[in-house]
Design a protein around this ligand. Structure first.
Ligand code: NAD
Length: 482
């Protein structure tokens, strides 16, 4: 890639009905690692642009749905091939715009390619069942049909993978889509969109509008023609979308925040446990819904683990995420940094102690570990969404699981142990959508269902894996007499 491509300012345009729409760009996004590097300029959609996008999607629904699933799958497979061919360039752009390291960005793009490939193959998968009918002269079967126009609203922290894990099953199932990504990542979204355009997605099937959540996002949520809304983001915004969607009887899928914990039991090797905790807490700068935000250790075992956590954290290299030696990039925005530092300051004022990190320069916050964290404090219960790890002490294995389950969230939960009984009891008792035994809390396989419990999800439909198709289709039952 040339130097000019690496520093190029991307002008982002809405994509509606197969056309790039020229609107004044009012939003600028600079590189979180270098505020002098202007990455993109993007427009802020008003309700009119969103309505045009929904109308274009509505017009495209029938012809797209009338194609065979294999024909739709072929477009998605081609988008996978094109994304794979542009992987290095798009990973670089993702890093410039969002701030995760180049290795993390490359991993995300690779995951998106695998997702597209997986859902393209689902076009060949059976969708219904044949049922024995009470009437011997009736052939009774079920099939699944597309829901129609779907609205996808996505966050900034996985700007390639999250749109893809919604788009791919939605498109293969025969829906048309309006995507409203986070306004922090417009250029990365446009690069992903270009892959679908080059792959030959028909006009109106995939529309993308950029802008604020409160205006563009809300317009999509409120539009009566949008039959289903799939949202990933914070629990507060998700609650509002849930209420608005319920009022107009729209189908809604919400995947939201987390306060994930890793329980380290006394039989665990401290260095191996610390490695899982540190990678889970500080990978992706802690800006993952599945990040390890709490470590729970049994009383008497704390010091052994703390020493290992501090030693492993010291290996992290914070800096320019485009530099291949860097293992942790900056926080995404000033606002997120203020949130992270605010939680740390509040915890320190309440008696917690820093054992690592705690200071920031620019948007680079050192990987931060706190001990003596009170279990009722804000930092022990609320999502931080930054490189901050709290170590909490439990009195017993049962107390550890109760502590793990005591927040409003239930996305991922981990345990480190070699004891089968402890591991299986944990898998049964931890109230989370995803359980990790001797594995870090972030990271999922593309073919496995993903989603949370309680305030982490509305829990009706799981994303990813084969279950994703359930949200994007309705069951139709057919009685055929002969
Ligand atoms: P956010 O809730 O601020 O925004 C998410 C999206 O919603 C953005 O596109 C935003 O513009 C839009 N939005 C905001 N207000 C809206 C409204 N009133 N109506 C419609 N849309 C609106 O979240 P964020 O800061 O972009 O992302 C971080 C959050 O996402 C964290 O809480 C994280 O845990 C969560 N997240 C969850 C998952 C998961 O799968 N569970 C994955 C990644 C991130």
């Amino acid at each position: 890639m040339s130097v000019s491509e690496m520093t190029q300012v991307r002008d982002v345009r809405h994509f509606v009905g197969g056309a790039w729409i020229d609107r004044e760009s009012t939003e600028s996004r600079t590189n979180p690692a270098d505020p002098t590097d202007l990455v993109s300029r993007a427009p802020d959609a008003d309700r009119g642009v969103v309505a045009e996008a929904v109308e274009a999607a509505q017009e495209a629904t029938h012809p797209w749905g009338a194609l065979s699933a294999q024909e739709r799958g072929a477009v998605v497979a081609e988008a996978a091939r094109i994304l794979d061919g542009r992987a290095a360039e798009i990973a670089q752009l993702l890093t410039r715009e969002e701030g995760k390291t180049l290795a993390e960005a490359a991993g995300e793009v690779d995951r998106a390619v695998r997702m597209l490939t997986f859902y393209a193959a689902q076009a060949w998968h059976p969708l219904g069942a044949t049922l024995p009918s009470a009437d011997g002269r009736t052939h009774l079967y079920t099939t699944r049909v597309p829901v129609g126009v779907v609205g996808l609203i996505t966050p900034w922290n996985f700007p390639v993978a999250i749109p893809v894990w919604k788009l791919a099953p939605a498109l293969v199932a025969g829906n048309s889509v309006v995507l409203k990504p986070s306004s922090y990542v417009p250029a990365t979204t446009q690069a992903l969109l270009e892959c679908f355009v080059e792959a030959g997605i028909p006009a109106g099937v995939l529309n993308v509008v950029y802008g604020s959540g409160s205006r563009a996002g809300q317009a999509l949520v409120d539009d009566e023609r949008v039959a289903a809304l799939s949202f990933t983001g914070s629990s507060g915004v998700g609650r509002g979308i849930n209420l608005a969607a319920a009022a107009r009887m729209a189908r809604v899928q919400l995947e939201m925040g987390g306060k994930n914990a890793m329980v380290v039991l006394p039989d665990a090797d401290p260095a191996a446990a610390a490695d899982l905790c540190v990678r889970g807490a500080f990978g992706l700068t802690g800006q993952a819904c599945t990040a390890t935000s709490r470590v729970i250790v049994l009383r008497g075992d704390e010091h052994r683990l703390l020493d290992a956590l501090v030693a492993r954290t010291a290996e992290i290299v914070t800096g320019d995420p485009l530099d291949p030696r860097t293992t942790m990039g900056p926080v995404v925005t000033d606002r997120q940094l203020a949130t992270d530092v605010g939680y740390v300051d509040q915890a320190l004022a309440a008696g917690a102690e820093l054992v690592a990190g705690g200071t920031a320069e620019g948007l680079f916050l050192e990987p931060t570990i706190l001990r003596n964290v009170h279990r009722d404090s804000a930092i022990a219960n609320e999502e931080v969404f930054g490189p901050v790890l709290s170590v909490l002490v439990a009195d017993s294995r049962e107390d550890a699981v109760n502590l793990l389950n005591s927040t409003e969230y239930g996305l991922t939960a981990g345990v480190v142990t070699n004891d089968v009984e402890s591991a299986m009891s944990f898998a049964r008792d931890a109230d989370a959508g995803v359980i990790k035994i001797n594995r870090q809390t972030p990271g999922t396989d593309v073919n496995a269902p993903f989603g949370g419990n309680r305030s982490s999800s509305n829990g009706l439909f799981r994303e990813q894996g084969l279950t994703a198709t359930e949200f994007f289709t309705r069951v139709k039952t057919v009685y055929l007499g002969y």
